[in-house]
Design a protein around this ligand. Structure first.
Ligand code: FES
Length: 155
């Protein structure tokens, strides 16, 4: 979505729903749904629209891991970083995923093909460590499964 379209969407949102602080999270979700991410250039626009400071909006965008600040990769791998998955080797799997997928956590690979993102509990705690690959849950993630995922996403 071009930045001007996002600005138009924000203006329309405010006309329809008002400028209350409670509009911030739903507005950010709407922007991300439409554009795929929340561009940093929109932070002052959103702040002005809702009578908030840029720091308020920036703080929310950076605090919640669900908001993307750059376009997502063609494929999105989300690794669970919550307690049960961490206790089941999550940190080791994350390091292996970074190596095999060739992208740092929270980043999109240079070729735009794969984004690696954290997620906090998928409700599958007993069969972790867990991931979502393009929205598909993968339980008991291990290095062999990571190899298959890496191959699948490169095809
Ligand atoms: S802690 Fe990972 S699925 Fe619940």
């Amino acid at each position: 979505m071009p930045p001007n379209d996002a600005r138009t969407m924000i203006e329309q949102w405010v006309r329809e729903k008002g400028t209350g602080r409670d509009q911030l999270l739903p507005m950010l979700h709407a922007v991300q749904d439409a554009a795929g991410y929340v561009d940093d250039a929109l932070i002052p626009v959103i702040a002005a629209s809702l009578n908030l400071s840029r720091a308020d909006v920036h703080g929310v965008v950076t605090f919640y891991h669900d908001y993307r600040r750059r376009p997502a990769g063609r494929h999105v791998v989300k690794l669970c970083r919550a307690e049960s998955c961490q206790a089941r080797g999550g940190a080791r799997i994350e390091a292996a995923a970074v190596r095999r997928l060739g992208v740092a956590m929270g980043e999109t690979r240079g070729d735009g093909q794969v984004a690696l993102e954290p997620v906090y509990c998928l409700g599958l705690c007993a069969i972790g460590p867990n991931a979502l690959v393009d929205g598909r849950p993968v339980a008991r993630l291990d290095e062999a499964k990571l190899d298959r995922i890496a191959a699948e996403l490169s095809a």
